[in-house]
Design a protein around this ligand. Structure first.
Ligand SMILES: Cc1cc2nc3c(=O)[nH]c(=O)nc-3n(C[C@H](O)[C@H](O)[C@H](O)COP(=O)(O)O)c2cc1C
Length: 180
């Protein structure tokens, strides 16, 4: 089963997961942020990874715009976020980012994200301040303390084993589908 891991990452933590995943599963790796727009034709499985950003799955439009092609493949999505993966808000952000007919066919795995204030790009840094000040983005404001946990610690919060469920699902799929 030929696989592509396609990702967006603003500050690196999603990239880290995407690289782990591609290595672990023997997938080709594409960074949409680097204007890589892979030809999806050779792939039977596509794994899309992106952070939650200002209340949405970053770059979800990529999935929506290519759904005519993607719907004939096995599609997995993982998100990284400040909201804990098991929290109902993670599910709510995912729901608002993709329409139901797409979600029905996609297997979705939210994983824990992080960022360090000192390493944010200027725009993202400004956004976090602004969102807190004006309270426009309920998700960020409600989870302010979690965002700041990510900022306050030097310990990496993302771990390889956070991908276990996704990797298992891909492997199970592979067992069910002979290699081509
Ligand atoms: C400007 C900004 C906005 C964010 N918005 C959200 C959000 O709406 N919900 C959430 O759960 N996390 C939010 N986060 C946290 C990121 O999703 C999390 O840090 C993620 O791991 C970042 O991935 P990246 O390092 O690949 O960019 C935000 C982070 C930044 C810097």
């Amino acid at each position: 089963m030929k696989k592509a891991v396609i990702y967006r990452s603003r500050n690196g933590s999603t990239r880290r997961y995407a690289e782990w995943l591609a290595q672990e599963c023997g997938a080709d790796l594409f960074d949409l942020g680097q204007a890589q727009d892979p030809d999806l034709a050779p792939y039977e499985a596509v794994i899309y990874g992106a952070p939650f950003h200002m209340g949405h799955l970053y770059g979800a439009r990529y999935i929506r715009d290519r759904w005519a092609v993607l719907q004939r493949k096995r599609v997995f999505i993982f998100s990284t976020s400040a909201v804990p993966p098991t929290h109902a808000l993670a599910a709510a952000i995912y729901r608002r980012s993709l329409p139901e007919p797409i979600r029905r066919q996609v297997r979705y795995f939210p994983v824990r994200g992080q960022y360090f204030r000192g390493k944010l790009g200027r725009l993202d840094y400004a956004k976090t301040i602004l969102a807190r000040l004006i309270g426009v983005y309920d998700i960020i404001v409600h989870h302010d303390s979690l965002l700041f946990l990510g900022i306050a610690t030097d310990q990496p919060l993302s771990h390889h084993h956070d991908l276990s469920a996704l990797i298992k699902e891909i492997r199970d799929e592979e067992k069910a589908t002979p290699w081509v």
